[in-house]
Design a protein around this ligand. Structure first.
Ligand SMILES: C[S@@+](CC[C@H](N)C(=O)[O-])C[C@H]1O[C@@H](n2cnc3c(N)ncnc32)[C@H](O)[C@@H]1O
Length: 216
């Protein structure tokens, strides 16, 4: 069920679509607020946010093998697809962006967004976290930074967290939700999380560090 049909390309550590959708839901984001994933990789989180924002059913652009079972009444599938189509809000404007330092990942994310039908709705851009800036009020920053499983990588992951903490300090109305396996995430970010929630990304134990913004 986690396969949505839009992911034609992926990076080294893509998030499962269902976990990405769960992250978006946990942020309580709605399309009136800006949304940014600063470590977007193949674009899974922004694409799931766009689907949620426009109320598009997961799996709307894929086939399911049960559609071809000889004894399956195909009108059931037609009806369900019609129902999904009726409640989709294709005109809902969205302010969703995805950044990644790796330009190859930006290309992959753009291809996936085209496949999902969101080519013009999500802006993907090559950008290092140290150049992060966000626009608008009450936005939501969501992502899963590099995990850093090996020694050098841990230091790099810590540094990225530190940089992000400094930058987001300038945007008190924004909420930040980061899925990380760094146990010292809060120390590195420079602030205690409003809430922490344990989540497994495959076999990796991670925490969703939540910093709730002061709504304006
Ligand atoms: C764990 S992956 C994110 C996977 C993504 N959620 C997906 O579903 O494909 C982390 C991403 O952070 C990016 N990254 C690493 N260092 C970065 C930096 N300094 N600034 C921005 N992005 C960076 C990597 O290129 C990688 O794509």
């Amino acid at each position: 069920m986690h396969k949505r049909g839009y992911r034609i390309g992926q990076g080294d550590a893509p998030l499962k679509e269902t976990l990405a959708a769960a992250l978006v839901k946990l942020t309580r984001w709605n399309p009136d607020r800006p949304f940014v994933d600063p470590f977007c990789g193949s674009g899974t989180i922004p694409i799931e946010a766009a689907m949620i924002g426009q109320n598009i059913a997961p799996g709307y652009n894929r086939e399911f093998s049960s559609e071809h079972w000889p004894w399956m009444n195909s009108t059931i599938w037609d009806r369900i697809r019609e129902e999904a189509e009726d409640i989709a809000k294709y005109d809902q404007p969205l302010d969703i962006k995805g950044f990644d330092v790796d330009s190859r990942m930006i290309k992959v994310a753009q291809q996936n967004a085209v496949e999902a039908g969101f080519m013009d709705l999500i802006r993907f851009e090559q950008r290092d976290i140290k150049d992060l800036s966000v626009e608008g009020l009450n936005g939501v920053l969501v992502g899963n930074p590099p995990y850093g499983e090996r020694l050098g990588e841990v230091e790099e992951a810590e540094e990225l967290t530190q940089i992000m903490g400094h930058i987001m300090d300038k945007y008190p109305s924004w909420s930040v939700y980061m899925l990380s396996s760094l146990e010292n995430f809060e120390t590195m970010y420079g602030k205690k999380a409003t809430k922490k929630r344990k989540l497994f990304n495959g076999f990796i134990r991670t925490d969703l560090y939540q910093y709730w913004g002061q709504r304006k």
